[in-house]
Design a protein around this ligand. Structure first.
Ligand SMILES: CSCC[C@H](NC=O)C(=O)O
Ligand SMILES: [Zn+2]
Ligand SMILES: [Zn+2]
Length: 420
């Protein structure tokens, strides 16, 4: 076996990006075939496809490189196979063509989030295996997981996986999952995610003629709530604007839909005040936020029954770990994995942002942190604009290749660390 050339590595990435794994109909089976096929070119890398749903439509690919000391915990490198959808007409190139521009940019949905890291893990392991005289023999076992459904909450993917016997048997001691691009030279590491709630508030009220002014219409009730919510949002955002907190360190509340009005085939009826109205909000809480405070705010201020309001909170995953502690992995010397990771990145000649961050959005790492397993978010993309979930998501070829080198150093260091 020989190491992939620059062009071969790029081809691997592009082939993966060309498989449309966007919701609502991700083509998981083609992706798994491609990855399994690639994995079979790496000696000693064993592949198994796991299923945690009865109809087997959400496969999870688990690759394993056995270590020499099976009494030590293993390392898990995770990425998700699925992507968010793309509005094709708003892109400069078709989002599943993986257009390779002369300046090195590869345009595709998933280029940053997060198919890049999946291929980089494999390329790095392959390079390690090729560079060593007798093949790469890690001390700790290294697992690479490709999971379904992260973008829709991970409930049929990582959430089920961490609960399974298969997972327990892996005896995972440390996890790397996705992070986010860095617009500057320093790489970024994430030690926590924000926990998401989907909050729907509903108002009912007096119906009536559109010309009449009266109290207690459904939309008036809803709009009062929207005002209160906007004030809270502003108070959080003001802390960010004043430089007192990062965006991901405050509670965000963003309106995501509004539903009201009497519809007819001609559009909305303009002279009727409806008796029902509803709005949806994406709420994200940093790990140290008090969810009970937010719950009280919702029931007493944002959707009080006395204003004819009701609400529904859908908690999208855990808020605390199995010990009741905030879901975070300490990015300091108290956590030996932090030092190993940091030193491995620096050993590759790269720089790390001095401050580890909370990720503004949410990843599958929360399910592993819930189990008490330390997990950092890291996607080695430097000097790269943050384009996840955006139009024209791209990654530059040389940035992708540098990321492979960094993972080689990281995988070598993590898998040979015997302290923890
Ligand atoms: C509600 S959990 C969904 C997870 C998703 N992850 C990435 O964008 C997110 O919205 O952050
Ligand atoms: Zn992602
Ligand atoms: Zn995403």
């Amino acid at each position: 076996m020989k190491k992939s050339s620059f062009q071969e590595s790029i081809n691997h990435l592009r082939a993966y990006l060309q498989i449309n794994t966007a919701h609502p109909h991700p083509d998981y089976s083609s992706a798994i075939s491609l990855l399994t096929n690639f994995a079979s070119s790496v000696p000693n890398l064993k592949a198994q496809t796991l299923h945690f749903t009865p109809n087997k439509t959400k496969p999870l690919l688990l690759l394993t490189l056995p270590g020499s000391n099976s009494s030590l915990t293993s390392i898990l490198l995770n990425s998700h196979i699925d992507s968010v959808p793309a509005e094709t007409s708003k892109w400069s190139h078709p989002p599943f063509s993986a257009h390779y521009a002369p300046d090195g940019k590869i345009f595709a949905r998933g280029a940053q989030d997060d198919k890049c890291i999946g291929i980089q893990y494999l390329e790095a392991i392959k390079n390690l295996a090729t560079n060593q005289e007798h093949g790469f023999k890690p001390v700790r076992t290294v697992h690479v997981s490709f999971v379904p459904d992260e973008e829709v909450g991970g409930f049929d993917g990582m959430a089920k996986f961490v609960e399974s016997n298969e997972f327990k048997e892996l005896n995972v001691g440390f996890v790397l999952d996705e992070g986010q691009a860095s617009p500057v030279e320093e790489y970024r590491v994430f030690y926590a995610d924000r926990s998401p709630w989907h909050v729907v508030i509903k108002a009912v009220g007096e119906p009536g003629h559109g010309a009449r002014m009266y109290d207690n219409s459904a939309l008036e009730n809803l709009m009062k709530s929207v005002e209160m919510i906007s004030k809270f949002r502003e108070s959080q955002f003001d802390m960010v604007k004043a430089g007192l907190a990062a965006n991901s360190e405050v509670i965000s509340v963003n309106p995501v839909y509004l539903k009201a009005g009497i519809a007819s085939t001609e559009g909305f009826v303009m002279n009727m005040q409806p008796s029902e109205a509803e709005a949806g909000f994406d709420v994200r809480m940093p790990p140290t936020a008090d969810p009970e405070l937010v719950r009280r705010k919702i029931s007493q201020e944002w959707a009080p029954a006395w204003r004819n309001m009701s609400y529904q909170i859908t908690e999208k995953g855990p808020l605390r770990d199995y010990m009741g502690k905030p879901l975070l992995t300490h990015p300091d010397e108290s956590n030996p994995w932090w030092s190993v990771l940091k030193q491995a990145i620096e050993a590759a000649g790269e720089k790390l942002n001095a401050k580890a961050e909370i990720l503004g959005s949410t990843t599958d790492a929360r399910f592993m942190r819930q189990m008490g397993i330390p997990a950092f978010g890291f996607s080695p993309m430097k000097n790269t604009p943050i384009l996840l979930h955006d139009h024209d998501e791209f990654l530059v070829d040389t940035v992708f290749m540098e990321g492979i080198k960094v993972y080689e150093s990281i995988i070598k260091s993590l898998s040979s660390y015997i302290g923890a």
